[in-house]
Design a protein around this ligand. Structure first.
Ligand code: TMP
Length: 206
């Protein structure tokens, strides 16, 4: 597909997104493929501070303020990480522009066009090459939410909220099928998911 692509990992809490990202990093390390990874919100030192402001459990910032913090974090990452490493290393991102549409628009009802324009203002035409979207069904989500540690402010939503967010992610992915692979943790075992992921990564890196 592309030399040193940008690969994004998306999905709601409990979907298995982080496990998939870890497997991808392990594969790149094992094969000595130059790469960097970062998360959003977070990334640069400043962006990690913005993450803390937004996600710490005591935060009472409203949805709109969160959106500005997310965008500020993204803007710094674009300038200090993405531009610096683009085409030099494989770039793996734990959440990116789709998370903002899924959580802030589909989940919280903030204006979609505003979010699209903000992303465009920050990133111009810069787009990820490929996205892995991890999904989970109601039964597993409820089970996993129960046993999940309450690590941050966004871990506290109920099933209905995460369901709306996941539907949003799926809408985005199904509109751009060639750039997405949906990893379904209800249907497939961890091993099968890992095989699908690595097979796709090999193809993307060709
Ligand atoms: P995570 O790093 O554990 O995945 O959590 C980050 C949280 O931030 C998660 O609940 C999703 C949320 N988030 C948004 O709401 N919008 C965004 O644009 C991004 C990048 C994350």
């Amino acid at each position: 597909m592309s030399n040193n692509p940008i690969i994004v990992f998306e999905g709601i809490e409990t979907s298995g997104k982080s496990t998939s990202l870890k497997k991808a990093i392990k594969y790149l390390k094992k094969n000595k493929i130059k790469h960097i990874s970062f998360r959003e919100p977070g990334g640069t030192n400043l962006s990690e501070k913005l993450r803390q402001l937004m996600l710490n459990k005591k935060s009472k910032l409203n949805n709109k303020t969160d959106l500005f913090l997310l965008m500020a974090s993204r803007s710094e990452n674009f300038d200090k990480i993405l531009k610096e490493n683009y085409k030099k290393k494989v770039i793996l991102i734990d959440r990116f522009i789709d998370s903002t549409l899924a959580y802030q628009h589909y989940g919280m009802g903030l204006d979609k066009n505003l979010i699209l324009r903000m992303n465009n203002f920050i990133l111009g035409n810069f787009k990820p090459n490929f996205t892995f979207l991890s999904v989970v069904d109601k039964k597993n989500m409820l089970k996993r939410l129960k046993s999940r540690k309450n690590n941050n402010k966004y871990d506290n939503f109920n099933y209905n909220f995460y369901n709306k967010v996941q539907k949003g992610f799926l809408k985005i992915a199904l509109k751009n099928r060639s750039r997405y692979l949906i990893l379904d943790s209800n249907k497939d075992s961890l091993k099968i998911i890992e095989n699908k992921l690595i097979k796709k990564i090999k193809k993307i890196l060709k």
